[in-house]
Design a protein. Structure first.
Length: 240
């Protein structure tokens, strides 16, 4: 359960937090639960002291860094229209990725003005926190952008750098040597795809084309599908 400002001692929870504890988890006096602050990456064991309609009082024990370990995966996602970035954040957070970077590329049609962009990034952070609450994640991924694609490519240092492409070799086949301690950057282009020049720049920066199969997926689905495959493959290898 996400709670800001964790401190040892008694803490009264109300509103959405209390409703979630009582109605979703069906917890009451004497029950134990884990409280966490996903923005700070902290957690605390707690016991419910009392519960009434709309209010839960908990006794918090030692506050410690969250034990949740994110998968060493960075999603580099071209910015899409409407609510698609919101869905990407929620799903990538639930899948456990470490970082999400939204990109501006030649075929991205969305451009965020400074003020509007600041408000949108605040919403993105709230969406990540809510997704962390729903999946029990004790922290949230770092969210950046939108940043120019070429700048991000030039700064990429991940051990494995892949770009989704229908012309690439199978995604998981390229990760046969993925080992603990190695990070993966996954580049997903916009709806119209990366331009030929951008693909060449990505390859020059070490991003190898990787395919999810024969069908063509929308950009937001392609990214989430690839992340799911990476997370499952990483779990098999004891990574993340």
């Amino acid at each position: 359960m996400p709670v800001e400002g964790l401190e040892v001692g008694q803490r009264e929870l109300s509103g959405a937090a209390a409703r979630y504890i009582q109605r979703v988890h069906r917890l009451g006096s004497g029950d134990l639960l884990l409280l966490f602050d996903p923005l700070l990456g902290m957690e605390a064991e707690a016991q419910i002291v009392s519960a009434s309609a709309g209010s839960v009082t908990c006794q918090l024990d030692q506050v410690r860094p969250s034990g949740y370990r994110a998968a060493p995966i960075c999603l580099l996602q071209a910015l899409a229209k409407g609510a698609k970035p919101d869905s990407t954040i929620a799903e990538a957070t639930a899948l456990g990725v470490e970082r999400i970077v939204f990109l501006e590329s030649e075929r991205v049609v969305v451009r965020l003005e400074h003020e509007r962009g600041a408000a949108r990034r605040g919403r993105w952070q709230r969406i990540a926190v809510e997704a962390a609450r729903q999946c029990g994640r004790g922290n949230v991924p770092a969210i950046q952008g939108p940043l120019p694609l070429l700048d991000v490519l030039a700064q990429a240092t991940d051990a494995w750098r892949l770009q989704l492409s229908p012309h690439g070799a199978p995604l998981l086949g390229q990760l046969a040597e993925w080992r603990v301690g190695q990070s993966v950057a996954l580049l997903v282009g916009p709806e119209g795809g990366l331009s030929a020049a951008e693909v060449s720049r990505a390859e020059a920066a070490g991003f190898r084309p990787a395919s999810l199969g024969r069908t063509t997926l929308r950009t937001e689905l392609a990214g989430v599908a690839a992340l799911g495959a990476l997370v499952a493959f990483g779990a098999l290898r004891g990574i993340g």
